[in-house]
Design a protein around this ligand. Structure first.
Ligand SMILES: [Zn+2]
Length: 334
């Protein structure tokens, strides 16, 4: 399942491609025909992410200088879940966009963004060839320069502004959003005896964190994932939040999760793999850029069970928690 940084990248992509445009909205598969009928011919005026939820705001095409809070705004709410994906194709003059985000699951550390592929032509619009939908496309958004197809989502519905607020009220603060409230997170974790490892996966506690950010943030904070939330010092919980803000915003900017500090990576192996014999100084300067860090160097503990901890050398542990594998170091995280 994509983590929150990917959904924020999607929101930015929709903003780049469609903001201010009147869209043709359809449901090639048919299951969203009614909702598509409501949105078709409306103007997209807002593109927001909160955790793993994506909200696209539409107003009637005739509304001048629309504001997203207007009462006549309706929202398309989508959630990719485990299997959903957005696929984009664009005209030659379209802005560079994400090509496909979501399932099938991408290799860890793989870039989310590539230049749009040349669309395979079938339907010809005035200026460019729009590709036929591929697979079971729940909703298709067609703008002036690009088309976006959604397949396999967990949620895809049209909601009112009030309903959007109700959805958001059930979500915890999102570290990527400017309005993310650290105090709400700290208070919530401290009220519960549920382990902090479980709480970090609860979207009502913190929105957008998935299995990778959970494991990595706990490692970086040196916190035992199995400790009840209320037994973790508030200062440590706050430090986890502050770290998530940095890590997840970096992920949203670069399209890849990288949590390792340069000094903790396997420099020897990185040198052997880097065909260009990059000097250490240059490698550090490019830290965080997509592709700059090999995927097997990007994490401290995630999917490294049995391998030596990068810091202390103890074998990384794994255990199922809240339905997902949790990875941690029993020596560094106490
Ligand atoms: Zn360790």
């Amino acid at each position: 399942m994509p983590e929150g940084h990917t959904v924020h990248r999607l929101a930015r992509t929709f903003d780049t491609l469609y903001a201010g445009q009147v869209l043709r909205v359809s449901s090639p598969q048919g299951r969203f025909a009614d909702g598509a009928g409501v949105l078709d011919g409306r103007r997209l005026v807002a593109s927001e992410a909160w955790g793993k939820q994506l909200f696209l705001g539409f107003v009637p095409a005739g509304v001048p200088d629309p504001r997203p809070t207007a009462s006549d705004t309706v929202w398309l709410r989508t959630h990719l879940g485990l299997y959903g994906a957005w696929t984009f194709a664009g005209a030659p003059d379209a802005p560079e966009v994400a090509h496909a985000i979501g399932a099938p699951r991408r290799r860890i550390g793989e870039r989310d963004s590539v230049p749009p592929s040349a669309p395979s032509s079938s339907v010809t619009s005035d200026t460019w060839d729009v590709p036929e939908p591929r697979g079971q496309v729940r909703v298709r958004l067609l703008g002036e320069h690009a088309v976006a197809d959604l397949t396999g989502p967990t949620a895809c519905e049209v909601i009112t502004a009030d309903e959007k607020q109700a959805v958001e009220a059930r979500l915890g603060p999102d570290p990527i959003r400017d309005d993310g409230d650290p105090e709400a997170f700290v208070a919530r974790v401290g009220r519960s005896r549920v382990t902090i490892g479980q709480q970090l996966m609860d979207q009502a506690v913190v929105a957008g964190v998935g299995n990778i950010y959970r494991a990595e943030a706990l490692f970086r904070a040196g916190v035992d994932p199995l400790r009840p939330g209320r037994d973790v010092p508030a200062s440590s919980v706050r430090a986890i939040w502050d770290d998530l803000v940095v890590l997840m915003r970096d992920g949203a900017d670069h399209g890849a999760i990288v949590t390792t500090r340069p000094e903790d990576r396997d420099a020897g192996r990185a040198d052997a793999e880097g065909a260009h014999a990059t000097p250490a100084r240059t490698r550090q300067n490019t830290d965080g850029a997509p592709g700059a860090v090999p995927s097997d160097q990007a994490f401290y503990v995630y999917h490294r069970d049995g391998l030596p901890c990068r810091v202390c050398g103890s074998p990384v542990l794994v255990k199922e928690l809240a339905g997902r594998n949790l990875f941690w170091c029993g020596t560094c995280q106490t």
